[in-house]
Design a protein around this ligand. Sequence first.
Ligand SMILES: Nc1ncnc2c1ncn2[C@@H]1O[C@H](COP(=O)(O)OP(=O)(O)O)[C@@H](O)[C@H]1O
Ligand SMILES: [Mg+2]
Length: 219
Amino acid sequence: MLTITHLSKQHTSAARPVFSDLNLAIASSEVVALVGESGVGKSTLLNCIAGLETPETGSILIAQQDMVRLDEAARAALRARSIGFVFQAFHILPTLTVAQNIAVPLLLSKIPLTEHADRIQTLLERVGLSQFGSRWPASLSGGELQRVAIARALVHHPTLLLADEPTGNLDPRTAEEILNLLLERVRAQNAAALIVTHSHQVAQRCDRILTLTAEGLRA
Ligand SMILES: Nc1ncnc2c1ncn2[C@@H]1O[C@H](COP(=O)(O)OP(=O)(O)O)[C@@H](O)[C@H]1O
Ligand SMILES: [Mg+2]
């Protein structure tokens, strides 16, 4: 589902690479936890996979396409079709309602309009926000915004879910429910997931735990 080979990334102005010669493969229906110290490059890796940052060398195969070698338009299309992304900082758009935020991936991946309302409401219910569709993001708590971000990442049935600390702002019980939802959706849709987490409980529930260190990725 995702195959990364010989990936190297150095930020301009940085003295040394964030990672180099990194290799990783995730099969369909597999959920992988990515752990590691703050600043080690977990978010950078997720951004590279999603085509939001460009690595210097290596390849990132998603749905038989190499994200690294595509032009900007093709990257955007692959991202829209295949990837769900839960950002660490949510990135919920403040000028759209909750339902409109969740609709964004449906619009980008050209899912028929007639399906939108059902899909959005189903996910709102699953994340415990069934009455929140017409609310403005500014009126939501951090935990509620995080659940909107998770609904938005799943609504277009992505084949690859990338989540950057998706339960970081949730109380333990809600975190458990949200994790259950992520695991269930990924497995039901034969998707794959890479979940960055600092939570031991979350990591333990995944199929595999990988640790990113300054020396690279290890099992
Ligand atoms: N756009 C950028 N330009 C320069 N350095 C960056 C940029 N983004 C991240 N970094 C640096 O790259 C390293 C890895 O960051 P990040 O991927 O955010 O780590 P993590 O998510 O593991 O905490 C850090 O040292 C960070 O300061
Ligand atoms: Mg990070």
